[in-house]
Design a protein around this ligand. Sequence first.
Ligand code: TYD
Length: 222
Amino acid sequence: MVASKGLRKGRFITFEGGEGSGKSTQVKMLVESLATRGIEAVATREPGGSPDAEVLRTALLSGLVAPLGPAAEAMIFSAARIDHLDKLIKPALARGAFVVCDRFADSTRAYQGALGNLSESFIDGLEHVTVGDSMPDLTFILDVPAEIGLARAARRRGDDAVDRFEAETIDFHRALLAAFHDIAERNPHRCVIIDAARRPNHVAALIWHQVEARLLSKTSLT
Ligand code: TYD
């Protein structure tokens, strides 16, 4: 199914980055800042975000899908994305809410596409049929050196087992950051790279400045 152009009164913001880049903290802080302004904001995440997509999330993060290879994995991330868009993201945007999502299609492009050596035409085609014209208005790429990100992810995890993606090597994470930088360079109007090695409050202030300038100013809301 090609995603149809729904009525879109709200704004769609996504966060991308490597492990331990602080995305979930920043999603929470941004939603709170928007709420303080009286703006309805919905926090969500991928893979998952809708009940059926959360089922696929469990399969994806358990490593059950990995043996099928990156192409099949990309398709299952996309299947989850279609349901998430239809059940949560598009209805929220249609009623005028802001949607703030922890990871979206750029993660498929970076993890399965760039790191999985899938062709650009495959990823472009998949993104087109999955997302269509529902691409984000604004994407923050949280940039932290791979070593710092992995150390933060390890601290957060404690004694829990590493998931399939956290188990990859430091080189994998460096290549991942390079892939996100490449996406940002190709989409300068949508993507903003944020130095996320700093304290959460400082990072949140950088993000808020961009949201105000790009999405809340008078001209951007007309
Ligand atoms: P999660 O525990 O949410 O990790 P993080 O805090 O890093 O976002 O797990 C999501 C994992 O799924 C993460 O390692 C990235 C991966 N992923 C893909 O490989 N492709 C995708 O399209 C998406 C949305 C996520």
